[in-house]
Design a protein around this ligand. Structure first.
Ligand code: HEC
Length: 239
């Protein structure tokens, strides 16, 4: 830009800045355009569950575990979003697609990573690892700064709370049927007993009614649907 051009531009800007009402309107228009450009793509079909066929709503015990995850503020240290960057994909797995959050209300993307991303932690460790890690993170991960959550091993979850959460999720569009909600306590019990069985085979004795069992159900599920759906969509493509 030549000198005179630059002076003209500066002068025009000065005049505009002097007219505060006009300036405010123009700024608002600029922000609105920016907002529309960011938001409109989110309403396209890439957000819907059809984008990732195979992503299913959380099971009753996973709903209980997710509520515990929220209550304990795990999202303050852990993100659940793998960015499409080589280092992230190598460390955490396939990057996250929007459709994978179809049934996440609220989203638990997180904004800080004091600990690793958990979006695909499901299946990474045996159940017994999570059981011990939550009781004392230092026992499985020497030097870890993660707090202990030992009370999860004695506190019990309330099946009525699971039903209340499922009803709330149903209201915001998660396709739970009334029969599924009515049967949630029994379904959660069956799921919990399966985890307790797996723990027993790993030499850990646990009660199915404990919060830690629900949390393990949730953690072991994270990213699994998405991983399976993505594997079916595009086999073995390098990041
Ligand atoms: C103060 C921050 C902090 C909080 C809060 C926190 N964590 Fe962690 N977490 C960490 C750190 C640091 C690590 C890595 C070291 C380790 O394995 O303990 C970690 C590791 C993990 C891992 C293993 C991840 C992997 O891929 O190896 C899981 C699972 C986990 N945390 C779950 C949770 C859950 C569930 C909660 C809430 C009940 C929670 N964390 C709360 C900091 C935190």
């Amino acid at each position: 830009m030549s000198d005179s051009n630059e002076r003209g531009y500066t002068a025009a800007h000065r005049i505009l800045e002097g007219k505060s009402a006009v300036f405010a309107v123009l700024v608002t228009v600029a922000i609105l355009i920016g907002g529309i450009v960011e938001i409109v793509p989110l309403f396209s079909s890439t957000l819907g569950p059809e984008h990732l066929a195979g992503v299913t709503p959380y099971s009753p015990l996973e709903v209980a575990g997710r509520d515990i995850y929220i209550r304990e503020g795990c999202y303050l240290c852990h993100s659940q979003m793998i960015r499409p960057l080589r280092a992230e994909v190598m460390r955490y797995g396939e990057w996250t697609r929007a459709g994978e959050y179809a049934y996440d209300h609220p989203f638990l993307l997180g904004s800080r990573r004091l600990g690793p991303d958990l979006q695909r932690v499901g299946g990474k460790y045996p159940d017994a690892w999570h059981y011990e890690h939550m009781r004392d993170p230092r026992s499985t991960s020497p030097g870890s700064v993660m707090p202990t959550y030992a009370w999860l091993h004695t506190a019990t979850y309330d099946p009525a709370d699971i039903q209340a959460s499922m009803r709330a999720l149903q209201k915001v569009g998660v396709p739970y049927s009334d029969a599924e909600i009515a049967g949630a306590p029994a379904a959660a019990q069956t799921e919990a007993e399966a985890i307790v069985g797996r723990l027993a085979s790993q030499n850990v004795t646990a009660e199915p009614s404990r919060e830690i069992i629900a949390l393990i159900a949730y953690l072991q599920r994270l990213g699994m649907d998405g991983r399976a759906a993505l594997a079916a969509q595009k086999p073995a493509e390098a990041p």
